[in-house]
Design a protein around this ligand. Structure first.
Ligand code: ADP
Length: 251
């Protein structure tokens, strides 16, 4: 299914890019304009399809995580590199403030990057000016499942954007939920980003929440346990391939 959906789109995206680069000869202004629209629409549709495939896989309990020793700093750097393109037209300071000496974590690199990129691109999307900041630190707290003291990596993305009304803060984690459909349509988006983000964090044994004030900005925070719920140190576990349901069971 996924292959059938992606292959024709890759042709649309790839060949429009080749044309745009002028590899088949120079383009006039109208052709360049139309090809740019085709290229953008293709990319938009691809990210929509990827979101729909992700959420259906998660809901079917078939999302597989590939755990590796992961350096959060590397992931944050790569997310900020990608997101730099999104702040070009805005007066936003985009930066990270990570506590020194963060431990390595046991995580699926690609999925952790997806979580962070989604939070950072949302923060930029809903902020006109000010700052978007990624922070991370180690904290101690009671593990909700074991009720024992445990260490967590706490990662937050805060912005100085439009904020989210208190009555809408729980809804935004539900599928297809958008606070202001017209704004989101203008900004682009499916209403699937946060539900996917939340599920991916939960599959890692963590959880996510938001604190926000209308007109002031929002902070999305998630924690990832550095220890498994059964007490084993995360970095002594080797889980090359874990089924979502198994992870939910372990956590
Ligand atoms: P979308 O693809 O529409 O961004 P998400 O699931 O990522 O879908 O977000 C759902 C809705 O939550 C958004 O449409 C927006 O209304 C709100 N939202 C998410 N992040 C922010 C933020 N940083 N500031 C304000 N509103 C936000």
């Amino acid at each position: 299914m996924s292959h059938e959906l992606r292959t024709p789109l890759n042709s649309i995206i790839g060949f429009s890019k080749i044309q745009l680069k002028g590899l088949n000869g120079p383009l006039n202004e109208a052709q360049a304009h139309d090809l740019t629209l085709i290229h953008q629409a293709g990319q938009h549709l691809l990210s929509l399809i990827e979101d729909i495939l992700d959420i259906s896989q998660i809901n079917a309990g078939q999302m597989k995580l590939f755990y590796e020793e992961t350096d959060l700093r590397e992931i944050v750097d790569s997310v900020l590199d990608t997101a730099a393109a999104l702040v070009q037209d805005k007066r936003i300071l985009l930066y990270a403030d990570l506590a020194p000496g963060l431990p390595m974590i046991h995580a699926d690199k690609r999925r952790l990057r997806q979580v962070l990129l989604n939070l950072v691109s949302n923060a930029i999307k809903f902020t006109e000016s000010g700052q978007v900041k990624v922070q991370a630190r180690v904290m101690e707290g009671l593990h909700p499942q074991t009720e024992r003291l445990a260490s967590f990596l706490e990662i937050s993305v805060s912005d100085t954007g439009i904020g989210i009304a208190p009555e809408q803060q729980a809804d935004i984690f539900k599928e297809f939920s958008q606070v202001d459909a017209s704004l989101s349509r203008r900004a682009g988006g499916t209403g699937l980003g946060l539900p996917i983000t939340r599920k991916l964090v939960e599959l890692h044994g963590g959880w996510i929440w938001v604190k926000s004030q209308l007109g002031q900005g929002s902070t999305f925070t998630f924690v990832l346990p550095l220890q498994r719920a059964n007490g084993a140190m995360a970095d002594t576990l080797s889980l090359p391939e874990v089924n979502a349901q198994e992870v939910a069971h372990v956590a």
